[in-house]
Design a protein around this ligand. Structure first.
Ligand SMILES: Nc1ncnc2c1ncn2[C@@H]1O[C@H](COP(=O)(O)OP(=O)(O)OP(=O)(O)O)[C@@H](O)[C@H]1O
Ligand SMILES: [Mg+2]
Length: 425
């Protein structure tokens, strides 16, 4: 399935060796402070995007770059440190170790989230470890990791969890729940958080399957990967309908959570509605309506959560004045997590708040003169949000990962004079 991908991905062992070496260097050279992206770039002599890919293990990277990063931290790259994406995905399925490596990233080449490479003592790390310890070996767990800067959103987490854990309103039927909302609002991250929740894991004790569909999903490939994850390596379906029917049989006596992430067209999710009433399907979508699903509409972050996201992404605490600026900026970008993440990565890269605010305002003013989104059907609020996001996008252009570029393209905020070329990625 991954024949198109070239390059290698770190194994658990390689990832742990690299992260320990980076942590040790930070301890001795920076008194525990994190290396900035620019410092890492300079040290390893490879781009920050490549470094990010290696550490997040979201996509294959050429072996020479992996070697350069290891060498920069005085590590000898050994064959056990890396492998081909296919073999690593299979190895994880067999060892039940898929939580450390998001298999769906490898399968669908569509990274959404970050590996918790640099924990800040936040609860996400503990939560992930807690969910690991409650999972028996060999149970499929295809859930991506939470970003290291994860911010709890208890009001939403509890509400969606309740939908999944409640007894079905119509006994004997499969519960389908859909998290809906704007692009970049945090739907996928919320689904990841829920899928790591110990109560959810004990209810769905046979595991969690995950598929990130996107605009043009290869539905047969996703369904086939689920069949394999359930241990059936001999059945080779040739149509999505056959695969779906076979999954129904395999799941008949199972208690599993099936996550169908990033659904663009409601009908794409139909063939994933498999499983008995002891299973649940959790969909994330920008679409407001998914038929026969209990919808949950996700809103933007609260001002405090927005500040926490920015703070978590930075290695040093914010002064009171900086906090005030961060709050102002968060308000300006409409408390949208994706825009907040981009803002914080600019600051982490050394841009100062006043400069960022000025650049941002200039960008928005420029966009307004271009009148990019003047279509009659765009209401003022949505238009303002689009300008904010486009401005964030433009200010962060150089440091965006291919996945983020794609996400922005899908959000429709990539201005016409920006082309999504491979060089940018
Ligand atoms: N609770 C959170 N804590 C920290 N960061 C978050 C949180 N929620 C979202 N983010 C950040 O915001 C970005 C967008 O979130 P996410 O990918 O979940 O959005 P989405 O609603 O699924 O978007 P899309 O419709 O494009 O799939 C992520 O890259 C993530 O880093
Ligand atoms: Mg998403």
């Amino acid at each position: 399935m991954n024949q198109r991908q070239r390059g290698v991905v770190l194994t658990d062992l390689g990832w742990e060796r690299l992260e320990s070496a980076i942590a040790a260097a930070q301890e001795t050279e920076k008194y525990g402070k994190r290396f900035t992206q620019a410092e890492l770039e300079e040290r390893a002599g490879i781009s920050r995007k490549t470094i990010k890919k290696i550490r997040q293990r979201t996509a294959p990277v050429d072996e020479t770059s992996v070697h350069a990063l290891f060498t920069a931290f005085r590590l000898e790259l050994e064959t056990a440190d890396y492998g081909l994406p296919n073999s690593i995905a299979i190895e994880q399925q067999e060892t039940g170790n898929g939580d450390r490596e998001s298999q769906h990233h490898l399968q669908a080449e569509q990274a959404t989230s970050l590996h918790p490479v640099e924990t800040n003592g936040g609860s996400d790390r503990h939560e992930t470890l807690a969910s690991q310890s409650t999972r028996p070996r060999g149970v499929p767990f295809q859930v991506p990791p939470l970003p290291y800067y994860f911010v709890e959103r208890p009001e939403h987490q509890n509400a969606v969890k309740q939908i999944l854990l409640d007894t079905p309103k119509h006994p004997g039927t499969l519960v389908v729940s859909a998290i809906c909302g704007l692009g970049g609002i945090g739907k996928s991250v919320l689904a990841v958080k829920i899928a790591h929740d110990p109560e959810v894991l004990s209810r769905f004790c046979d595991g969690v399957l995950w598929a990130t569909l996107g605009q043009q999903p290869d539905i047969l490939a996703f369904l086939s990967s689920w069949i394999q994850a359930l241990g059936d390596h001999s059945y080779k379906p040739i149509t999505p309908t056959a695969a779906s029917a076979h999954l129904r049989t395999l799941l008949a006596d199972k208690h599993m959570l099936l996550v169908v992430d990033d659904v663009w067209h409601p009908e794409h999710a139909d063939l994933f509605r498999v499983g008995s009433s002891d299973c649940c399907v959790l969909i994330t979508t920008r679409e407001a309506r998914i038929p026969q699903a209990e919808g949950y509409s996700l809103d933007v972050m609260s001002p405090d959560q927005a500040l926490e996201l920015i703070t978590n992404m930075l290695s040093t605490p914010l002064s009171e004045a900086e906090q005030a600026q961060a709050r102002k900026f968060a308000k300006r970008v409409g408390y949208l997590p994706l825009a907040l993440e981009l803002t914080a990565s600019q600051i982490a890269d050394g841009v100062i708040w006043t400069e960022l605010l000025e650049d941002f305002q200039a960008e928005v003013a420029h966009l307004e003169t271009l009148d990019l989104y003047s279509a009659d059907d765009i209401i003022e609020d949505a238009q303002r949000r689009k300008y904010s996001l486009t401005a964030c996008f433009r200010l962060s252009l150089k440091q965006l990962s291919p996945e983020q570029l794609q996400q922005f393209a899908w959000l429709g905020v990539v201005p016409e004079d920006v082309t999504l070329t491979q060089e940018m990625a």
